[in-house]
Structure formats: C-alpha cells, structure tokens
Design a protein around this ligand. Structure first.
Ligand code: UD1
Length: 366
C-alpha cells in the first residue's frame, strides 16, 4: 500500500527544510510524496531559483496565494489547500516545516480533516508574541500529532506547554542536511569572487523582520549602522523585497546606492548565498535560519533582535543578540578576533531526513 505524504513549501526558509526530506522519501516504494507550494514567496529569486539549487522538482501542486495581509494569506492558503485535500489528493500524512503563515494554515486544514500532521522544527519559542512567527509556532504545535524538534530547549518548551512526551521526538536540524547535500556545489561556487570580495574580508547582511524594517526611524538607524561599519569591513547586503520596499518608501534607498563598501544585491539563491556565508568574517542578520547556519559553520553571527527562538545558537554556537547601538562595538570585537567559538549542537549532522524517514516508516508500520 502506498501512503500519500504532503510537504508544504511556502516561503524561502521552508525550501531548505523540505528538500532533504523530499530526497529521502522520493523513490521509496511505500510512499508517494508531493510538494505543495503555497506561493507565499513567488519571485524567481525567492523561490524558483532556490528550488533548482536544491534539486527539487516543480511543485506537484501550486496554490499561488501571493502576498497580502496575514489574514488574507492564511485564508487563501486554507481554502486552496482544503480543496487539494478534499478533491484532488488526500494525504495520509502532512508535514509542515518552520513558522510561516502557510505552516499554521495548512496544519489547521489537515487536522480538521482528521489527517495526521507532523511539525518539523517544533518547539522553538522566542517568547515574543509580537512576532507573527511566534503565533504560527504556538498554533501549529498546539494541534499537530507529531512534534519533531531540533534541540533540547524545544523539547522542554513543549513539555512546559503540556505536550506529552509521546508526541515529541528530537530529530535534529534539517537545515544542516541541505548544507551537506550541496556542500560540494557550495565549495566550488566561489561567490565572493563574483562580487569582488576576498575570503574573510567581508561581512554578509540580511534584514527583513517587520520589527526591524517596518519602523522608519529604526530602519534609518540600522542603515546608518551598516554604512558606518562598512568602513571597517566591506558588507554585502542581500536586500529582501520587504526591506527594499520600505527603504524606497522612506527615501533611504537612494542614499545607499553606489557606496564602495556596502554592496547591495538582490536576494540570491541557496548555493551562492551559502558560498558567501561560508567565507565571511561575520554575519549581521535578523533571520532565524542564518543563526543556525553560522553556528554550524563557526562564524560569528550578530543578530539584530531582542530575542531568539533558537537559544542553542547562543549557548552552544556563535550567535549573539545585539541592539542597534551595540553593533559597532561587536563588529570591532569580531575584527579583533575577540569572539567565542562554538560547537555543533548534537544531531545537527546532516542525517535528520534519514531519521525522519525511519520515524515515518514506523508510523505507517512499514
Ligand atoms: C515571510 C515569513 C517569515 C520569513 C520570511 C523569509 C510569515 C509570517 N513570514 O516573511 O517568517 O522569515 O518570509 O523571507 O510567514 N514579496 C515579494 N516577492 C516574494 C515574496 C514577497 O515581492 O517572492 C513581497 C511581498 O509582496 C510583501 C513583502 O515582500 O510585500 C513581504 O513578503 P511576505 O511573504 O509577506 O513576508 P516576509 O516578510 O517575506
């Protein structure tokens, strides 16, 4: 008997989480795995290029929801995914990843149709309910049948919320599987040279959190900080569409054009991006995934946020939460080699997808 498994892919950070799973499941004679792209991210450089890098096929179903307010996006995803489950292909297991709007939306659709749902990257908590992702994490974990976690802090958060141990399984960090899967391509990419950068002689910047980029005054402070620090070490800034829109709206975009030391680029695909990260001296970011990737690669990561749902990247890794006015001092510290090296957390080993495949076989009694 073949079991239908759905993998939900919605936004950029999801793609590197579903790819290793797809590759581990595809070709197994006991399952039929389908990728459902909700279309939350739709630009080629936020979606198609990354699919290609990760050797993923065209999505089996594309919901094409696009942007919009949270309610619009969640509503559209729920309606479209419900139609797939009811009329086209009912899965025996839905796997949702991460914390984006589509994660919570699809989990709700499936649980109400009595379809079993697993959440990969369960249990992460920033404790900050002003973050839309925190609401998505809470909602998703509350209703999922299986909670697959990356780290002990996640297990503990779930237990504290009353989830029984039987539902919680520590599987490790799936992002590291993607990195290992593509490591030879990443190693031969040499992205820094394409931007005129030399190994260890530049920093990489990404910023897209509403809490950083939606407030014009804070956005200006952050941009001023980047310009100031770029005089100490060249910075390459991959500008997310939300950030670019806000920079343009607040007349800041023109101010940062043509600077020699602050190189602005469009979002780039997974392989060139990881090639840039791998050889960087430091990273400045508010991303979730990059906090983990830098811990894995032992690269200093200055996270411009008040909190993180990934505390293990601080306690064991190379991450540090930094307030905007602390950025300059922290950049100085890194340049003076005054930073703490980390260790790779347990089970961040490139084999998470294999462990999950075995867990699913057990669930289906294969
Ligand atoms: C979403 C996720 C966030 C994740 C981020 C990664 C939620 C609540 N947020 O936030 O967790 O870290 O993706 O990038 O699910 N846009 C484009 N092209 C695209 C995608 C978006 O132009 O391919 C535009 C949208 O129209 C919108 C803005 O960028 O104006 C923000 O996009 P949106 O997906 O709403 O939220 P993100 O900030 O990307």
């Amino acid at each position: 008997m073949t079991h239908n498994i759905h993998l939900i892919a919605a936004a950029r950070p999801n793609f590197m989480k579903i790819a290793p799973l797809y590759h581990a499941l595809q070709g197994q004679d006991w399952c039929n795995v389908s990728i459902i792209h909700t279309g939350q991210h739709y630009d080629a450089n936020m979606s198609d290029d990354i699919f290609a890098d990760l050797m993923l096929p065209e999505p089996h179903f594309h919901l094409g929801v696009g942007g919009g307010t949270h309610a619009t996006q969640v509503g559209k995803v729920m309606m479209a995914y419900e139609e797939i489950c009811l009329d086209i292909e009912r899965p025996d297991l839905l796997i949702v990843v991460g914390d984006v709007n589509s994660t919570a939306a699809c989990a709700q659709v499936a649980t109400k149709l009595h379809i079993k749902v697993a959440h990969l990257e369960a249990g992460l908590r920033s404790g900050d309910r002003l973050m839309p992702e925190e609401i998505n994490r809470l909602v998703t974990d509350a209703i999922c049948d299986y909670l697959w976690t990356p780290s002990p802090d996640a297990d503990e958060n779930l237990r504290n919320e009353g989830h029984p141990d039987s539902r919680i399984i520590r599987v490790g960090n799936i992002m590291m599987d993607s990195f290992e899967l593509l490591s030879s391509k990443i190693n031969s990419e040499n992205a820094p040279a394409k931007y005129g950068l030399e190994n260890q002689d530049y920093g990489v910047v990404t910023l897209h959190r509403p809490s950083n980029v939606d407030d014009p005054a804070l956005l200006k402070t952050l941009i001023d900080g980047l310009v100031e620090n770029s005089k100490k070490i060249k910075l390459i800034f991959a500008v997310h569409p939300r950030t670019k829109n806000n920079l343009e709206k607040n007349n800041l975009w023109n101010d940062i054009q043509g600077l020699d030391d602050l190189i602005l680029i469009e979002p780039i695909s997974y392989v060139p991006f990881m090639s840039l990260v791998k050889s960087a001296k430091l990273i400045i970011t508010d991303s979730g995934g990059i906090q983990e990737e830098t811990t894995y690669l032992d690269i200093p990561c200055l996270t411009l946020r008040d909190n993180t749902e990934r505390p293990i990247t601080i306690t064991e890794g190379t991450n540090k939460l930094v307030k905007p006015h602390e950025l300059s001092g922290n950049v100085d510290d890194v340049l003076a080699e005054n930073w703490v090296h980390g260790t790779k957390p347990k089970n961040w080993d490139g084999h998470t997808a294999d462990r999950i495949r075995d867990i699913i076989k057990d669930l289906f009694k294969i």
